[in-house]
Design a binder for this molecule. Structure first.
Ligand code: UDP
Length: 268
């Protein structure tokens, strides 16, 4: 059985009351609405280091097992939200189901909606040139009141110039959409230098917000088959998805012979 961490632990002021360990990564068990609540709490409580949200899928969990810096970055996140049906399935197999699957893009939409209501601002970082600007225009149209503090593509080499641009805009929310593991490492490495309230690492979300990539139809999402839809549209993803069966095998091994001998373990 995976470790469950019930404690008063708090990161950046929010309680992480129900975390479930899956292969060494403590996932926050929350509904999408509760994840958005926590994000808004983070935005309203400034701290020294900028808190950040990560949404690992099975590929990232496996990578974090092999890459200590990525693991360190994920463990430093204020919220670790389960993205991908592989994670929720693993949690069920291991006997501790998560509240629900919380795809980063869904939580981000809820946060943007709430941010718009208080006239908050967002900076969009990532994707190919022009995409972030178009994503910003569409988001501002959808969420009236939202301020686009800035937008920049994700193919930069000069970190300092990007950080200076973001700091000049000083947005409430910064979406870091550079793909994994680049975005998690970038957020982690620059969290002390950035002037923003919260970062969210969101992979290919700007392509979706810009209207360049379509999300799976609702029926696929409901059944947890968004990955199948993406695979059908982008067959080259098959190599990345090879991580899924290996991840499930590791989960089954953990179920049969838990590393901690089935004992409860606090990870931090
Ligand atoms: N990307 C980027 N900079 C890079 C590499 C990738 O901005 O150096 C962007 C890429 O254009 C895409 C996103 O990061 O918009 C990654 O999308 P993908 O669908 O691969 O991410 P996932 O959501 O699967 O992690």
């Amino acid at each position: 059985m995976p470790a469950r961490v019930d404690s008063n632990d708090s990161i950046a002021g929010i309680d992480r009351i129900d975390r479930i360990d899956i292969l060494g990564i403590p996932f926050d068990s929350r509904t999408r609405a509760s994840a958005a609540d926590a994000a808004m709490e983070l935005i309203s409580a400034p701290g020294a280091d900028v808190p950040f949200i990560v949404t690992p899928n099975p590929e990232i969990v496996r990578l974090a097992g092999k890459n200590p810096r990525l693991r360190e970055a994920v463990l430093a996140a204020a919220l670790v939200l389960p993205d991908g049906v592989g994670i929720t399935l693993a949690a069920r197999i291991l006997g501790r189901p998560l509240a629900e699957r919380t795809p980063g893009i869904d939580v981000a939409e809820l946060v943007l909606e709430r941010l718009a209501k208080i006239g908050g601002s967002v900076y969009l970082l990532g994707a190919k040139p022009g995409v972030a600007e178009r994503a910003g225009a569409r988001l501002c149209e959808k969420y009236s009141g939202l301020i686009l503090a800035g937008a920049r593509d994700g193919y930069f080499t000069d970190d300092a110039a990007v950080i200076a641009d973001i700091n000049a805009a000083s947005p409430e929310l910064l979406l870091v959409c550079l793909g994994s593991p680049k975005q998690e490492l970038w957020a982690y490495d620059n969290r002390a230098a950035l002037k923003t309230r919260l970062m969210a690492c969101l992979g290919g979300s700007l392509d979706v917000f810009a209207g360049d990539v379509r999300r799976a139809p609702p029926v696929f999402r409901r059944l947890g088959l968004e990955w199948l839809y993406r695979l059908a549209r982008e067959p080259r993803r098959i190599f990345r998805m090879a991580a899924l069966p290996l991840f499930m095998l590791t989960v089954l091994r953990e179920k049969i012979a838990p590393r901690g001998g089935g004992k409860k373990e606090a990870r931090e």
